[in-house]
Design a protein around this ligand. Structure first.
Ligand code: G4P
Length: 529
């Protein structure tokens, strides 16, 4: 297969949702479609379910929360599909934001009873900022939920999307009879059989066809006709280009648990979802079809195998082909690195691969060379943009609880920060270290990992900080800046890159500081250049 054909057959996407909407279940069912072809008997077993969750870390197993993202790849109808799993828990939102820099499109899962929830709103906002194409999957139709039209309204209003339903439910909950597929013009009936097998669909290209009445009864058939007429009247017709530009979002209904409506979603997905897209670097736009390899690190995963203390850096390939045992330039370090065992991901397994293509994710064994956002190339000095740090929400001093293990502690902190678990700030005044996180849970993760992976012990101490702001000034020699540094010394710190950060203790003090030092700009994200 040619290089261009390889690119064209790849679809790399993420599934995002509020916890419990059914993201994991949907992921599993999608994997079954890929796996079912080779192992039809395995469909009913629990095997894939176990592998599909990204529970590589002990702590994750303990908590039952997906603390890490991983990659699940499979083939379906000749298309290579890469699913980047994202943690739904809000404390790991930054992990999800970073993963979104590596996807070409997303599927948003919404619980039919709960409607649009908080995490979904936040994540979709990030997708919309980047114009990522979105497909909406409304899940759990086997349960009583909100009226389909009300839900579509909610999706439009809360998520700011312009929806175009491509399937529509026939009843719901106890009365759920199936779905009408507007994309394929057929009916898929929800029966006992459809729960264990992938049901056959029945073509109904003309809605007036009496066959519809026979299938679902007169009342349901008439209601469906009326509803579909409404759908046609209210919602824009699906347009692939608008979808690809992030301006229109197709909606599917189904029940992931019952593997219902999932085939329809997948078949449409492989038709419309974008092939690997060009990516902007600080220097130029890079096209996937360029001959030379480029890629960037969007995720670092530590200790996937508890017996080996290595890290795996996840690289999204943007252009060219990535080959095993070939020296590539690590742009930030300015040195060439070679990888003898790059991993590719197939369903729940890792495998060493010789060649990978744009859209693919490779996992590279790392001994501490990589940080989130690093770029690898064949020699060109480019840097991919778009993985900024945001101001954390929680701040605590970190103290060493075992003086004999201080080296291990600092090494551990250093590596965990490179993985993007949290952010480290070092106070200018006394050199004390402050850990900033998005959620309180990360403190426990850090403590646990420092102990189990590095043999170090830490304690925390509360610190009252409202926001961390990255400080920018055109001229560091002005009297104003010098005065700022003197007066606010207690609140100044350096981030891991050595950038100056102002740790404001309240919204009020931040506002006062901004007024008092107008030539200084205070940024909520580390990327403002
Ligand atoms: P998440 O990854 O988005 O957090 O959600 P997950 O797939 O884990 O699903 C959350 C719960 O919702 C699970 O139940 C799952 O079985 C259920 N679920 C998913 N899809 C459907 C559906 O289409 N219909 C119905 N009725 N339920 C669905 P659980 O009891 O929390 O977990 P489990 O013990 O079943 O695994």
């Amino acid at each position: 297969m040619s290089f261009i054909e390889e690119i064209k057959r790849r679809r790399t996407f993420g599934i995002v949702s509020h916890p419990d909407a059914g993201k994991t279940t949907l992921t599993e069912k999608l994997l079954l479609f890929g796996g079912a072809i080779q192992e039809a008997g395995a469909v009913k077993s629990n095997k894939i379910k176990k592998g599909a969750t990204s529970d590589f870390m002990e702590i994750e197993r303990q908590r039952g929360i997906s603390v890490a993202t991983s990659v699940l790849a499979f083939e379906y109808k000749g298309i290579k599909i890469n699913i980047l799993d994202t943690p739904g828990h809000k404390d790991f939102a930054e992990d999800t934001f970073r993963t979104l820099t590596a996807v070409d499109s997303v599927i948003v899962v919404i619980d039919v009873a709960k409607g649009v929830e908080e995490q979904t709103e936040k994540l979709v906002k990030v997708c919309r900022m980047r114009n990522i194409p979105i497909i909406v999957f409304i899940n759990k139709l086997d349960r009583e939920g909100k009226d389909a039209f009300d839900l579509l309204d909610e999706v439009e209003q809360k998520l700011g999307l312009k929806v175009s339903p491509l399937s529509f439910p026939i009843g719901m909950g106890y009365d759920f009879k199936g779905i009408y597929n507007l994309w394929e013009k057929n009916v898929n009936l929800f029966t006992e059989e459809s729960k264990t097998d992938i049901a056959d669909t029945i073509e109904i290209s003309n809605l007036q066809d009496k066959k519809l009445n026979t299938l679902i009864g007169d009342t349901a058939a008439n209601t469906l006709r009326e509803e579909l007429e409404l759908v046609e009247g209210i919602y824009p017709k699906f347009d692939k280009n608008e979808y690809l530009e992030g301006q229109l979002q197709p909606v599917f209904f189904g029940s992931a648990l019952n593997n219902f409506g999932v085939r329809e979603l997948l078949d449409c997905f492989i038709n419309i979802a974008p092939v690997p897209r060009a990516k902007q670097s600080e220097e130029r736009l890079v096209e996937p079809a360029e001959n030379k390899f480029t890629g960037f690190v969007f995720k670092i995963h530590a200790n996937m195998d508890p017996n080996h203390r290595d890290r795996l850096a996840f690289i999204k390939i943007v252009s060219g082909t990535f080959k095993r045992n070939t020296p590539y330039l690590h742009v930030r370090l300015g040195k060439k690195l070679k990888f003898s065992s790059p991993n590719a991901f197939f369903a729940e397994k890792k495998q060493i691969v010789d060649v990978s293509y744009p859209g693919d994710i490779v996992g590279l064994h790392d001994t501490g060379n990589f940080k989130i956002g690093d770029t690898l190339t064949e020699g060109e000095k480019i840097n991919y943009k778009g993985i900024p740090s945001f101001s954390p929400e929680h701040f605590r001093y970190i103290n060493n609880a075992d003086p004999l293990k201080s080296k291990q502690l600092y090494k551990g902190i250093d590596q965990l920060m490179d993985e993007g678990v949290a952010q480290l700030f070092t106070l200018e005044m006394n050199g004390r270290k402050v850990i900033g996180t998005v959620g309180a849970l990360q403190y426990e993760v850090i403590q646990y990992r420092l102990e189990h992976e590095y043999g170090a012990k830490c304690t925390y101490e509360n610190l009252n900080v409202h926001k961390a702001c990255w400080v920018e000034t055109e001229d560091e020699t002005t009297e104003e800046f010098k005065a700022f540094k003197r007066v606010k010394q207690r609140f100044l710190a350096k981030d891991k890159q050595g950038q100056m950060v102002f740790l404001a203790d309240s919204a009020f003090s931040l506002q006062m500081t901004q007024q008092k030092y107008p030539s200084i700009t205070f940024h909520y994200t580390s990327e403002f250049h």
